[in-house]
Design a protein. Structure first.
Length: 319
């Protein structure tokens, strides 16, 4: 899979939708991953031999027609207070200016992945996506505090695990239960999607990070697990660090569970566009460890900078 993951290129009209698919194909990709793909995109992709995959995000509290406190992820009270303070007082550009890869807390109020209500909403979302796409790509599946949910259901799961008599500390019980929750959800949705369409692509972007084990992606039941080797925001990792990440993820790969796919993120914002020489080095690392697989996100910089587009086209041809 050589996929372009895009948020920004225009696609309001059918002409723009066809042009978007054609641009992706012209860059050398074989897959477009995008929010709310249209039948026009799917039809043009079919003509070009390019798959169109729909982004699927986890259900949030806003998705409920009626309030359901029992279905929501809960953080510790002190975390809820901190999150509220940050929501009221964070200056514009705080994430970039404070050199944070990701915020302290996810701003959206997520539903707990163990909740039947959340799973039913997610199944509906997957079913609808597969009606207009060749597959699905999970994005944003994680915990608001990046490590655990403290709703009554999750607390009970940890209590039951402690009763098993495993030789685990309280911290180990908490992190193992959280990680298992992410794994079990992926398996459930993978099986659900494949039951609808056995040929559907089921992939993801491993985001947000899971603090206790950033390298848990090899356990997720998917066709492809895209994991970040180079991110949007500064400070830019050294190329040695980029290769270290790719090598670590590749070493953990279990082909029976999923295939590791290097994810390279590039923003078109001023000060964030890395030079084509740098992108070329990152793509070389992706080739060494990705077995020809790649996710590149987003296309706005590729569209705006012909030098970067040429580097990307040349790299994809080599694969």
């Amino acid at each position: 899979m050589k996929a372009a993951w895009d948020w920004h290129l225009p696609r309001e009209t059918e002409t723009e939708q066809r042009e978007l698919v054609e641009f992706v194909d012209g860059c050398g990709f074989d897959t477009l991953i995008i929010n709310n793909p249209t039948h026009t995109m799917l039809s043009r992709g079919r003509e070009l031999g390019l798959k169109v995959v729909a982004i699927v995000k986890p259900p949030t509290a806003d998705d409920l027609s009626e309030p359901d406190p029992e279905s929501r992820q809960r953080m510790l009270p002190v975390e809820e207070e901190l999150a509220g303070t940050l929501a009221r007082g964070v200056p514009r550009g705080y994430q970039e200016c404070s050199f944070r890869w990701y915020p302290l807390f996810q701003s959206a109020e997520l539903l707990c992945f163990e909740s039947p209500v959340a799973r039913e909403l997610l199944e509906t979302r997957v079913r609808e996506a597969l009606q207009r796409a060749n597959g699905i790509a999970f994005d944003g599946f994680g915990f608001r505090n990046h490590y655990a949910c403290f709703c009554p259901r999750c607390e009970e799961m940890r209590t039951n695990r402690e009763k098993r008599g495993e030789d685990l500390s309280d911290v180990e019980v908490l992190t193992a239960t959280s990680e298992d929750s992410l794994i079990n959800l992926s398996t459930h949705i993978y099986d659900f999607a494949k039951a609808i369409n056995p040929d559907a692509v089921v992939t993801n972007h491993l985001w947000p990070p899971f603090r206790p084990n950033p390298y848990y992606g090899h356990r997720l039941k998917l066709d492809y697990c895209s994991q970040t080797i180079s991110w949007f925001y500064r400070p830019v990792w050294s190329l040695a660090r980029v290769e270290l990440e790719a090598k670590e993820m590749k070493q953990r790969e279990d082909p029976e569970t999923n295939r590791f796919v290097p994810f390279i993120g590039l923003h078109d914002r001023p000060g964030m566009v890395r030079p084509p020489e740098r992108i070329n080095e990152e793509l070389a690392i992706a080739r060494r460890y990705g077995d020809g697989n790649l996710v590149f996100c987003t296309l706005s910089a590729v569209k705006a900078h012909s030098e970067i587009r040429k580097v990307l086209q040349d790299a994809l041809k080599k694969d």
